[in-house]
Design a protein around this ligand. Structure first.
Ligand code: SF4
Length: 334
């Protein structure tokens, strides 16, 4: 299988300006040295706390933020440049589903016109064929074709997310980037949208990047999982491997906080001390060291590189040194 999307050393820096003269007063490295690849037909789940850089990464991939460095390679060809994100031809092949579809739909415009916008921008078809395509894609996401003539406020949250998915799919993309697509929805509706995305992935042979802070959601949909912390990748593994045997202390803590339905499968909850540090003033060395019970002097001074441990790649000195086994003893448990 070949990689549809590859990122090599991708980073995104935001410049903070202040004062009357709008001078540069700081820089934030929102994502740093991201190397990843997603093979055709697979779903990569990207998880981490709010502020870890996962949504910025999604926006860099779809070209909404130009990368500050590194290469975005799509279908074997570099598609990014320093100023305008990704090349226009690739924007058709990479589409995004947003967390809040309501904010991306114009309340004064019938949803059919919003869905057809991509076809109009790319000059695909005439008005009649665009209308037909909108009707077909609405039906594919579980809404009647006549919904095209209605306005966003006439739909429920789940229906609006279906419209958001239809809007992303109308251009027949190969890669669908979903940024927290269910987190604004009721739990029962979340499951319907997740099932719809799984079905569409199969029917349309999509490759997906699925961003979520919720590991239970990612477990439901991802083939591979990447854990991010303060703009860095800390662990990447096939989903089954990560959920069965997380290596990084942060992945272990995240996983232990995920609700499990089966009481026999519930383990001790690892309690993380402190908050996610400010990306304006990141810690030296391993970014997780102020919260990590296994941190030592090396951790405070040296950024750990991603290292292969079986099918997992993990960035942790303790794992490399063979002392991660003591995590449960070292962390407070509930
Ligand atoms: Fe980071 Fe060190 Fe903790 Fe590993 S043991 S997560 S390198 S602080």
């Amino acid at each position: 299988m070949s990689a549809l999307l590859e990122l090599r050393g991708v980073r995104k820096e935001f410049v903070i300006r202040g004062g009357a003269l709008q001078r540069v007063v700081g820089r934030v490295n929102a994502v740093t040295d991201i190397d990843l690849s997603i093979e055709r037909g697979r779903t990569l789940g990207v998880v981490g706390e709010s502020g870890c850089g996962k949504s910025t990464l999604a926006r860099v991939v779809v070209g909404l933020h130009p990368a500050s460095g590194g290469q975005i390679i799509f279908d074997g060809k570099q598609i990014n440049n320093a100023t305008s994100g990704i090349d226009v031809a690739s924007t058709r092949r990479i589409q995004m589903v947003f967390q809040d579809p309501y904010s991306s739909l114009d309340p004064r415009v019938p949803v059919g016109a919003s869905i057809a916008e991509g076809l109009v921008v790319h000059g695909i078809g005439d008005a009649a064929s665009q209308r037909q395509a909108v009707g077909e894609i609405l039906q594919r996401v579980g809404l009647p074709a006549q919904a095209a003539d209605r306005y966003p406020h006439e739909f429920s949250g789940g229906q609006r997310q279906r419209i958001g998915i239809a809007r992303a799919l109308i251009l027949e993309p190969e890669l669908l980037v979903c940024d927290e697509p269910t987190s604004a929805l009721d739990v029962s509706v979340q499951a319907q949208i997740l099932n719809l995305l799984r079905l569409l992935k199969k029917q349309l042979n999509l490759t997906m990047m699925f961003i979520s802070h919720n590991l239970a959601v990612v477990r439901h949909i991802a083939d591979d999982v990447m854990v991010m912390y303060l703009g860095h990748i800390v662990e990447v593994a096939p989903a089954a491997t990560l959920f069965a045997n997380p290596h990084h202390p942060y992945s272990q803590a995240l996983l232990s906080a995920t609700p499990v339905a089966d009481p026999d499968q519930r383990g001790k909850r690892l309690r993380l001390a402190g908050e996610l540090p400010s990306p304006l003033n990141p810690p030296s060395g391993c970014p997780f060291h102020p919260r990590c019970p296994l941190a030592n002097d090396r951790c405070k001074a040296e950024l750990p590189a991603l290292t292969a441990v079986g099918p997992t790649r993990v960035a942790c000195h303790a794992v490399a040194e063979g002392r991660a086994f003591s995590l449960h003893q070292a962390m407070a448990v509930q």
